[in-house]
Write a protein that binds this ligand. Structure first.
Ligand SMILES: Nc1nc2c(ncn2[C@@H]2O[C@H](COP(=O)(O)OP(=O)(O)O)[C@@H](O)[C@H]2O)c(=O)[nH]1
Ligand SMILES: [Mg+2]
Length: 214
């Protein structure tokens, strides 16, 4: 069964609402938690959701850990109220049609989809990716679908926020079938974990790393 993976590090303000919004789809839901110190896990358990733990090394570690527990295609999405969760079935449909990497593209949607503060970083990341790999991807999107086949082939390694760039890079290099779905992006509920400079540089380094490696 398709698994929806929700990475959490202190997301008590938004996890409950996220779970309520997605439970009706009937997919398996898996919370991967970084030993949150707030009520995140309590909320997940109260809603009957399966919880597994990583070591808090970062979002990448969470997704890698979760993919070992998934037995089919995976949709992962930040449970921070930023992404249009009602689009999840559209992502699943694309995977079932044979796409391997489905990316929620915030940039393509236009000005309304991203706040000013995020737009510049996202444009830079997208343009650099195009320059290096020849195709534009919303490289910082936290809403994606991966086919079972892609997960097995990619053998993901990046434990931090470089994971998105690793997925995009490997998808292009391995010739996997990619599809973008235009999405909106809402202001975040709760505290952001992405550090613009430190993590931005990690994303850039990751893009270069997988261009240079085999
Ligand atoms: N399990 C786990 N989740 C994490 C970790 N670091 C960040 N997250 C989660 O990963 C998601 C992405 O982080 P976020 O702050 O939303 O970054 P942004 O979407 O790039 O601004 C959020 O749901 C975080 O709670 C971690 O070390 N482990
Ligand atoms: Mg987020």
């Amino acid at each position: 069964m398709v698994t929806i993976v929700l990475p959490t590090k202190n997301e008590e303000k938004s996890l409950g609402r996220t779970l309520d919004a997605i439970k009706g789809f009937g997919y398996r839901i898996l919370v991967v938690d970084a030993h949150s110190t707030d009520k995140t896990v309590e909320i997940a358990h109260a809603k009957g959701t399966e919880v597994i733990y990583d070591h808090g090394k970062g979002k990448g570690e969470a997704l890698i850990t979760a993919s070992k527990y998934a037995n089919d295609d995976v949709i992962y999405v930040d449970p921070d109220m930023t992404y249009p969760l009602e689009k999840i079935p559209e992502f699943v449909k694309a995977l079932k049609q044979g796409y391997d990497v489905v990316t929620g593209d915030r940039v393509a949607f236009g000005k309304e989809s991203l706040p000013m503060t995020l737009r510049l970083g996202d444009k830079i990341s997208r343009s650099l990716f195009k320059l290096i790999y020849g195709t534009a991807v919303d490289n910082l999107s936290g809403f994606r679908g991966l086919s079972k086949r892609a997960i097995e082939k990619m053998k993901l390694k990046e434990e931090g926020f470089g994971i998105e760039a690793e997925i995009s890079a490997k998808a292009v290099k391995m010739g996997l079938r990619m599809k973008d779905i235009s999405i909106t992006y809402q202001p975040r509920v709760g505290e952001a974990k992405f550090r613009p400079v430190t993590d931005g540089l990690i994303v850039l380094k990751t893009m270069l790393k997988y261009k240079l490696s085999n």
